[in-house]
Design a protein around this ligand. Structure first.
Ligand code: HSE
Length: 441
């Protein structure tokens, strides 16, 4: 049997992911050692309460409340405690003591990524974070390494399992948002307070992380435009279904070119969108995640799998641990994050996309021409227009109305907002029923 030198591994946090990481590391340590060329010795697990009940049975003598001492004894620190502090301080302490760090802490990376990556670079250590976006899905390494020679044009990500579960229930079962959320909560997909998921904060953090990697530029999480799914109605989902679309909460990161100056920037946004049922992302059901990458040379790529779950996410963490350990064995400084492009983040008003607008109009001569005029006044080009037969006038109603569903060519958000405001104020329009972005055409 080969005798390896041991690398000392410290684990911070023993929640659903941390306890699985410890379990797998103890179970498959020999196999991982042979892949790395060094033993991986779990020297301790720092927790707040040593006696707390855990999903997995782990040796009690591994637990400690003294995270600081544990960090100082380690070659590699795995941070899975979540939250901003003390996770940030512990990671900085680990890096400054020369340890590589593996983390799945998306909120921390989205908020303090630049500080942490700089600290790692200064000491020649490396920060690994495959579990921070897309759970078990390998997406960080493909963006950082496999696509490092290409130019990414756009990323369309379903990166939040809770909202995908809810929207999928609304699509497949005709459920309401409230009903689907209640099911998600009952099945343990949604947290007791679902705000971070349903308002898009979780997806925005992941968008900031993915955009940074894809475009080699710092993308502050505050610069990511965000709309959650709370405004999505059962009627919108049903209308989308009839028109050949499915509603998905997308994290979109794209390279944009200013049409006047030709200069490049980044747009990063999270919002519900209509996706054609023919697009691969439409086949992402339940709580699954997927990241669709459009690259200049590679073309279209899709990465699919479990976006959450203790065991599944532990796979991504252990992959990072193996990478960090191999780096230790090989020696030399860690690979720094590349922020060489420094592209600016473009404000949402300048971002261009296609829209589906549903309006109730007065069914009378010349109305269609007036509506078309509103679009052309704002330089928004109509791609398709569908009118449903006028419903019989309700008793007492002033006039008969018809439903128009208009899909536009690409237009800027500001031109679209101005168009919708004009439609809402037009005497021929009874109601603007719905405005949805159309993506991935
Ligand atoms: N709350 C997240 C989701 C999982 O629903 O996808 C962790 O990122």
């Amino acid at each position: 049997m080969i005798e390896y030198r041991n690398l000392k591994i410290a684990l911070l946090g023993a929640g659903s992911v941390g306890s699985r990481v410890a379990e797998l590391l103890l179970e498959h340590g020999d196999e991982l050692a042979s892949r790395v060329g060094a033993g991986l010795e779990l020297v301790g697990i720092a927790v707040r309460d040593v006696d707390a009940e855990r999903a997995v049975n782990l040796p009690r003598d591994l637990f400690t409340t003294d995270a600081e001492s544990l960090i100082l004894s380690a070659d590699i620190v795995i941070e899975l405690m979540g939250g901003i502090e003390p996770a940030r301080s512990y990671i900085l302490k680990s890096l400054n003591s020369g340890a590589d760090v593996v983390t799945g802490n998306k909120a921390l990376l989205a908020l303090h990524g630049t500080e942490l990556f700089e600290a790692a670079e200064q000491v020649g250590a490396q920060l690994f974070y495959e579990a921070a976006a897309g759970g078990a899905i390998p997406i960080i390494r493909p963006l950082r390494d496999s696509l490092a020679g290409d130019r990414v044009k756009r990323i369309l990500g379903i990166v939040n399992g809770t909202t995908n579960f809810i929207l999928d229930r609304m699509d497949v079962d005709g459920d309401t948002l409230e009903g689907a959320l209640a099911t998600a909560t009952a099945l343990g997909y949604a947290e007791a307070d679902p705000t971070a998921d349903i308002e898009g904060y979780d997806a925005a953090q992941k968008a900031a992380i993915l955009a940074r990697l894809a475009f080699h530029s710092a993308v502050p999480v505050e610069a990511v435009y965000r709309e959650g799914i709370t405004g999505v109605t059962a009627e919108q989902v049903e209308r989308a279904r009839r028109a050949g679309y499915v509603v998905k909460l997308l994290a979109i990161c794209e390279r944009v070119v200013d049409p006047v100056t030709g200069s490049e920037g980044i747009a990063a946004r999270v919002h519900p969108a209509l996706v054609s049922r023919l697009h691969p992302l439409a086949a992402v059901h339940g709580a699954k995640n997927a990241v669709f990458v459009e690259a200049e040379a590679a073309g279209d790529l899709m990465f699919y799998g479990a976006g959450a779950g203790g065991l599944e996410t532990a796979s991504a963490v252990l992959g990072d641990l193996v990478s960090a350990a191999r780096r230790h064995v090989a020696g030399g400084p860690g690979v720094a994050e590349s922020l060489t492009a420094s592209l600016p983040v473009v404000e949402i008003g300048k971002v261009q996309t296609r829209y589906q607008i549903t309006i109730e109009v007065v069914d009378a001569t010349g109305v269609l021409a007036k509506i078309a005029g509103v679009f052309s006044d704002h330089d928004v080009s109509v791609e398709t227009l569908e009118q449903s037969p006028a419903a019989a006038a309700a008793p007492g109603a002033e006039h008969i109305t018809a439903t128009l569903v208009i899909v536009t060519h690409r237009a800027s958000e500001e031109a679209l907002a101005a168009t919708v405001a004009s439609l809402a104020g037009n005497a021929a329009v009874a109601t603007v029923t719905s405005v949805m972005r159309v993506e991935g055409a």
